[in-house]
Design a protein. Structure first.
Length: 385
C-alpha cells in the first residue's frame, strides 16, 4: 500500500472519500490478497467468487491512485493469458464439430509459415499448440523485438510477422518431446481459427462464446489502446521504482495469446459454463482437462492441459483455469469441475511477476479449501455478474 499512498500524495487528494470495501468476501481470501498488496506494494486487488449461487466480492486498496477509489467489482481490465483459454475453447468447439482435428498439422492449415532453423510445421499438431509441447520459441522473449517495442510502444506487427520472429530461432526441442510455455502457439491457433472460419479469432470467439454467455463487459480491443469504462487502472514499475499508469496499452503484440479485456464477473461466468460442459461436449472437455505429463505450469501443484492450468490443491480439490500477466495487471480465474464454484481475481500492478504463481496457489487454497467445510450451507443468491 506504500506505493499507492505515495502516488495519491504526489497526485493530490482523492476527488471523493474512499468507499468502504465490500465485506462479503471470504476472510481467508481477503487475507491472502491484502498480504500480497502489502508485501509487493501493489495499488490494489479485486476478486469475485461464486459458490453454489452466492456471489462475493473482495476489494483491497485502490483501483485508481489519482482518485483513491477502491476497485469496482464491475471494472474492466486486461486479462492477459486468460485469453488462451477462450482461444482453446473455440478451437475445441470446432474439433467437436469435426471442422478441425487435434492431430491436424500446422502445415495443413498454415502452409509454409512454420519452417526454417529446424522448425517444421509438418510435425507440429494443433494438440501440441494447445498444450505447449510444440517446441516453438516464444517470440515474446526475442530481445530485438522487445527493444523495438520499448523504442516504439505503438508499434504494430501482424500475427504472421510475430511467427516469423519465433521461427528465426531454432526450436527448443523436437515437437512433442517436452513442455514449454510459448505465446507463439496461441498466435498460430488464432490464425488457424481465421483460416477455418474466414473470421478473425476475435470475431469467432465473440460469436461462439462472449455473446451466447452474455459477457457484456468482455471484448477484444481490435487495435484500440484504450478500454471502455468502467475500468481498473493498471500500473507498472520502472527499474528506478517509479510507478506509472499502463492502462492505455497497445496489445497487438499478443494476438490470441493475451489481448482479451474482461471483468471478474464475466470471467467467473465463462469458467462456470466451461467446467459445466456448456461450451464443449464432455468427451472433448475431458481431453482439455487432462494434464500433460511433465508439464509444470508454475509450482509443483500446477500442470497444463489444453489451454488450462490444472491445480491440485493440498485439500484434495482440483481446479481448472488460467493466469495472466500483462503490463499493469496480474490476473487469474479458476473453477471446480462442474463449474459450481469459481474464483476470478486481478491485481492492478504487474511487478513481482515471480510471485504470481505462489499468490495464485495461496488464493485458490484459501477460497476452495477454506470454504470446503461450509460450502453446502451457502445461501442462494445471484449468479456471477
Amino acid at each position: 500500500m506504500a506505493v499507492a499512498a505515495l502516488a495519491v500524495a504526489l497526485l493530490g487528494p482523492p476527488a471523493s472519500p474512499l468507499p468502504v470495501a465490500d465485506q462479503d468476501g471470504d476472510p481467508a481470501l481477503r487475507a491472502v490478497l491484502a498480504e500480497a498488496v502489502r508485501q509487493n506494494h501493489y495499488p490494489g486487488a479485486l476478486a469475485q467468487a461464486w459458490s453454489r449461487g452466492r456471489t462475493s466480492d473482495v476489494a483491497i486498496g485502490v483501483g485508481d491512485v489519482r482518485t483513491g477509489k477502491a476497485p469496482r467489482s464491475d471494472a474492466r481490465f486486461r486479462a492477459g493469458s486468460i485469453t488462451k483459454t477462450f482461444v482453446a475453447t473455440a478451437v475445441l468447439q470446432m474439433v467437436a464439430e469435426d471442422r478441425l482435428r487435434l492431430d491436424d498439422t500446422v502445415e495443413h492449415w498454415l502452409p509454409g509459415l512454420v519452417e526454417g532453423k529446424g522448425n517444421d510445421g509438418r510435425r507440429i499438431t494443433l494438440r501440441m499448440l494447445l498444450n505447449h509441447t510444440s517446441g516453438l520459441f516464444d517470440y515474446t522473449t526475442d530481445k530485438e523485438l522487445s527493444r523495438a517495442y520499448e523504442r516504439d510502444p505503438s508499434r504494430r506487427l501482424p500475427p504472421r510477422a510475430l511467427v516469423r520472429v519465433a521461427v528465426s530461432h531454432p526450436p527448443l526441442f523436437p515437437p512433442g518431446a517436452a513442455w514449454n510455455y510459448s505465446d507463439t502457439d496461441y498466435v498460430l491457433l488464432g490464425m488457424v481459427i481465421q483460416r477455418v472460419t474466414g473470421r478473425s479469432y476475435a470475431e469467432e470467439i465473440t460469436r461462439r462464446i462472449i455473446r451466447p454467455l452474455g459477457l457484456r463487459s468482455t471484448y477484444f480491443p481490435s487495435g484500440s489502446s484504450s478500454m471502455a469504462p468502467p475500468y481498473l487502472h493498471g500500473y507498472e514499475m520502472s527499474d528506478s521504482g517509479t510507478v506509472k499508469d499502463a492502462t492505455v496499452l497497445n496489445t497487438s503484440f499478443a494476438p490470441g495469446s493475451g489481448d482479451l479485456i474482461s471483468t471478474v464477473g464475466d470471467l467467473n461466468r465463462f469458467a462456470s459454463a466451461l467446467l459445466a460442459g456448456r461450451l464443449i461436449p464432455q468427451p472433448v472437455l475431458r481431453q482439455m482437462l487432462t494434464p500433460v505429463p511433465g508439464s509444470r505450469a508454475g509450482s509443483n501443484i500446477d500442470k497444463y492441459g489444453l489451454g488450462v492450468i490444472i491445480t491440485k490443491l493440498p485439500c484434495g480439490i482440483t481446479v481448472y483455469g488460467h493466469g495472466g500477466t500483462l503490463d499493469g495487471y496480474l490476473t487469474g480465474v479458476t473453477a471446480q469441475s462442474g463449474g459450481t464454484h469459481t474464483l476470478a481475481w486481478v491485481i492492478n500492478g504487474s511487478w513481482g511477476v515471480e510471485n504470481q504463481i505462489a499468490l495464485m496457489d495461496k488464493a485458490y487454497i484459501a477460497e476452495f479449501c477454506g470454504r470446503r467445510q461450509h460450502a453446502s450451507s451457502s445461501p442462494a443468491g445471484p449468479r456471477p455478474r
